[in-house]
Design a protein around this ligand. Structure first.
Ligand code: 5GP
Length: 179
């Protein structure tokens, strides 16, 4: 399909995302029964996945958000900067970090390290998408929706230049129709 002069091809359909989100929510619900975990969504991309995930949980939970920006410097190691911190006190809490996509893993590593400084009871990482060919982190990702090749995708919260977040499925960008 073509939206705002950009050709998009569906990569993961809405029904597959819904099914996988429900599966992950049920696994998390089993793991955190009687615990009231706190979800930490990484803004902006995770907001749709997070909202679908918590509504499929069968145990109570709380929600907070963190926002960072990453700069790819002159070298391949980017620098992460904190834009908005969480408001909640997570000491002795079961924390579930929710990411939309893990590419190099720099963002998730920065946020996990920061959460650990506050002395939580546990930290669990959930990501909708993971690019295994790109990722370089010294710890496992606990829950992965889908592993994908190293291509740029949009939709279901993920943007290209702030566009396409509202799309209900995940799309690959094929190019600009004017080119
Ligand atoms: P990392 O720090 O793991 O390299 O990058 C994670 C962040 O990069 C994600 O939160 C997301 O903002 C952005 N990102 C990485 N790959 C993609 C992609 O394919 N599409 C979009 N829209 N964002 C991506």
């Amino acid at each position: 399909m073509i939206i705002q002069n950009t050709k998009l091809t569906c990569f993961i359909e809405q029904s597959r995302i819904q099914q996988r989100t429900t599966e992950i929510a049920h696994e998390l619900s089993k793991k955190f029964v009687d615990q009231t975990p706190i979800f930490i969504g990484i803004l902006n991309g995770s907001f749709i996945f997070l909202s679908d995930l918590i509504r499929e949980m069968t145990v109570p939970s709380e929600v907070d958000f963190i926002k960072v920006s990453s700069y790819a410097g002159e070298q391949s190691t980017g620098t992460i900067r904190l834009i908005k911190d969480i408001s909640a006190d997570i000491t002795h809490r079961h924390v579930i970090i929710v990411e939309d996509i893990i590419d190099t893993g720099l963002t998730i590593k920065f946020i996990k390290d920061r959460m650990l400084e506050a002395g939580p009871a546990s930290v669990t990482i959930v990501t909708l998408l993971l690019k295994p060919d790109m990722v370089k982190i010294p710890f496992p990702v606990d829950y992965v929706g889908f592993e994908i090749p190293p291509e740029f995708v949009v939709g279901y919260g993920l943007d290209y230049d702030q566009q396409f977040r509202y799309l209900p499925a995940i799309y690959r960008i094929e190019g600009n129709v004017n080119e």
